[in-house]
Design a protein around this ligand. Structure first.
Ligand code: ZN
Length: 228
């Protein structure tokens, strides 16, 4: 196990009670809410001072199970020595401040954006993934541990086809793909070892050997040069 470096964050229960209060004005546990609010303010101050983070985790906040699932992924990534920003812990009463902070943390992310498919589709996490790939030129990763979701994300989802994130079914596979991209960005010449090129429907296509995801479809149609 590598050295664990952890950004502070709320427990899933604290994050959930705060999220429910901010989004719906609901609270059933005032003591837990008060503690979560106080810690949240302290943590946000620390996030603004962060100069570098390895991975940004995009997730849904639709249920306590979503947040608990994200916590488990954060722990697994941290066990491998990654620092992880989990925006699910960034609950503020100002939606502008929340999004400013998310943009700031994406700008400080070095290794990539990991999207946890969670239990339900929601738009926000896809936007964070796309923003990271397109604006910050970061590698993108989707983790879909549910068989049905995995098939859709891996084979058919427009983001997979258009932007080429690594779509992984297990946390182990995700960690391997993160290492592949980290080596590639560090200049390690592993391109031929970790990726393969195929001609699919007339176009050169680069595929990750570990997760079998399409990473890049080249524009040039080899069968008909006019259809580029
Ligand atoms: Zn991969």
């Amino acid at each position: 196990m590598k050295t664990k470096i952890k950004l502070p964050r709320l427990t899933p229960e604290q994050a959930w009670v705060l999220n429910q209060y901010v989004m719906c004005g609901e609270t059933h546990d005032k003591e837990l809410l008060g503690k979560a609010q106080k810690l949240n303010e302290e943590f946000i101050d620390q996030y603004w001072k962060t100069t570098s983070v390895d991975l940004y985790l995009a997730l849904s906040m639709r249920s306590l199970e979503d947040i608990q699932g994200a916590e488990s992924i954060c722990n697994r990534l941290e066990d491998e020595g990654n620092t992880v920003y989990n925006p699910g812990n960034n609950c503020t009463t100002s939606r502008y401040l929340k999004h400013d902070l998310e943009k700031y943390m994406l700008s400080k992310t070095k290794k990539g954006v990991v999207m946890d498919a969670g239990t339900k589709d929601s738009g926000g996490k896809f936007m964070e993934l796309c923003f990271g790939i397109l604006v910050h030129r970061l590698p993108g990763f989707m983790l879909a541990e549910n068989e049905k979701q995995y098939k859709v994300y891996h084979d058919y989802h427009p983001i997979s086809i258009l932007l080429g994130p690594h779509v992984c079914k297990t946390q182990e596979s995700l960690l391997a793909c993160i290492d592949i991209e980290t080596d590639r960005r560090a200049g390690y010449n592993g391109e031929t070892k970790e990726f393969r090129d195929e001609i699919i429907d007339g176009r050169r296509t680069t595929i990750c050997k570990n997760c079998d995801s399409i990473i890049r479809r080249y524009e040039h149609d080899l069968r008909n040069p006019r259809r580029c």
